[in-house]
Design a protein around this ligand. Structure first.
Ligand code: F0G
Length: 460
């Protein structure tokens, strides 16, 4: 029997009109925005694939929960719903809400890193590394080499290389390591998962050395889906079961609820370590708010709690990842260079192969993201040399192997016809790729420069 089509396991109840603009209009807008898609106004964007963060469509059940916000300063009932959901679905006992993921990273980094200590991560993430470095820590990349190769088809490119961990311990000693920060569906590698087998081995290694694992659990359910699809022994397990097993190997996590949890704002720290919990509670009141709201309204915590139960629905997560694969496969069929395998939250155009005539110091991914916007009003973002920033010690540009444009798909927001429009625009650009020119950076912020940097085209 032929494979039957699997449709979205929900129907549309509310719609938001999209605005189409002309190419001429967009040329003006991208110039005004300094060729940085972060600086465009959203109303000038047609299909917004800037990020899958905070852009999800909430369900009727979540919206109903918003009306049940208990907006008390202390002890809101919605906090306890959030705590229950985290305990049941993630399996961590203690929960400290924060306004979003980077706030959880800030508190965790400040409390858990002594200046000069290393934090091994399976590739960097921009804000996570920034907070590690602000706390005096040193980022150490422990992802497998395949993750840095956009053409490697390794099914678990998010895996940790135990050899790299061993080398660090041999060189620096166990006490030089604060904790392992392990991210599922590694964002900067192209949304690539790790396998449960690799995680088990990492956890055994960490246990042997007495080093805790603190997950960046931001996109864990997408990783669980890949484990269910790709890893022997997991085909018959539910996403819920796989997530519980995954989280059981860590002491806790930092979380940006804006992704997996299907909400527009929020985050949390969750842990089984009581001492850390007590310290995090003390610190959250300084930076975020009381430990039973952490910078969130009661209604926001309710939406997260309900989103946590929805995200582990097997049909939902299959449809979410399959939509990303749908776009990726359309591009592959047209011969467009993308990161393979296709990731869990986004399709990543490989700007080095797309624009071989633009050297990396002329920001090919930045130029490609700007050109895509001009062509069709589709907004993606640069994930290459601009995002990588400068080495804090030497002040030199970090030169990443991956020079990518990310097309991140918001959850439950667009249809596959929108994906077709995106694919057609990429194909049209690819056919005329030699017309795209490199850029020069004319304004460079000191920290997380990709958000606000400005550029100009280099004239021939
Ligand atoms: N960790 C990962 C892996 C992320 O992707 C993000 C955010 C964060 C932490 C920080 O969370 O935004 O809630 O403060 N990623 C967004 C993105 C910005 O577009 O990929 P936050």
């Amino acid at each position: 029997m032929r494979d039957r089509t699997i449709a979205e396991p929900y129907k549309i109840k509310v719609v938001e009109p999209l605005r189409m603009t002309t190419r001429e209009y967009r040329e003006g807008k991208i110039r005004e925005a300094g060729y940085n898609t972060f600086l465009l106004r959203s109303e000038d964007v047609y299909i917004d694939l800037l990020t899958d963060s905070g852009t999800a469509a909430m369900s009727d059940n979540q919206w109903a929960g918003m009306m049940l916000g208990d907006e008390a300063y202390a002890g809101s009932r919605n906090f306890y719903h959030l705590e229950d959901a985290v305990r049941e679905i993630y399996g961590f006992r203690y929960v400290v809400p924060t306004h979003q993921g980077r706030a959880a990273e800030h508190i965790t980094s400040q409390l858990r890193i002594k200046p000069g200590q290393y934090v091994p991560m399976n590739m960097y993430f921009t804000t996570t590394r920034e907070h590690v470095e602000r706390a005096g820590g040193i980022f150490y990349d422990c992802i497998i080499d395949e993750a840095h190769d956009p053409q490697s088809r390794h099914p678990f490119k998010g895996n940790v290389d135990l050899g790299k961990l061993n080398r660090l311990v041999e060189d620096k000693g166990r006490d030089a390591i604060a904790y392992l920060s392990i991210a599922p569906c590694v964002n900067m590698a192209g949304g690539q998962p790790f396998s449960m087998e690799n995680l088990r081995r990492v956890a055994a290694w960490a246990d042997r050395h007495g080093i805790p694992i603190i997950f960046d659990a931001t996109r864990a359910v997408e990783n669980c889906y890949f484990i269910q699809q790709r890893e022997p022994g997991y085909a018959g397990k539910s996403i819920r079961e796989i997530l519980r097993e995954m989280m059981s190997y860590g002491e806790g996590c930092t979380m940006s609820a804006k992704k997996d949890n299907l909400v527009n704002i929020g985050g949390f720290i969750a842990t089984n370590n009581e001492d850390f919990f007590v310290q995090a509670k003390e610190m959250v009141v300084v930076f975020e708010g009381l430990h039973t709201y952490g910078g969130l309204a009661g209604r926001d915590m309710e939406a997260i709690a309900r989103g946590i139960y929805e995200m582990v629905d097997d049909a939902y997560i299959a449809s979410r990842v399959r939509q990303v694969e749908y776009l990726g496969n359309r591009l592959l069929e047209a011969g467009i260079p993308i990161v393979e395998p296709i990731g869990g939250h986004a399709v990543f155009l490989d700007a080095k192969r797309f624009l071989p005539h633009i050297p990396q110091d002329q920001f090919p991914a930045q130029a490609l993201a700007a050109a895509l916007y001009v062509d069709s009003g589709v907004r993606g973002m640069e994930r290459g040399i601009v995002s990588a920033g400068r080495d804090p010690k030497t002040g030199e540009n970090r030169v990443p192997k991956l020079e990518l444009v990310r097309l991140a798909i918001p959850r439950r927001v667009y249809t596959n016809l929108h994906m077709d429009v995106v694919a057609e625009s990429c194909i049209a650009l690819y056919e005329e790729r030699e017309k795209i020119r490199g850029l020069r950076m004319v304004y460079e912020p000191e920290r997380l420069r990709f958000f606000q940097a400005r550029f100009e085209p280099i004239m021939p």
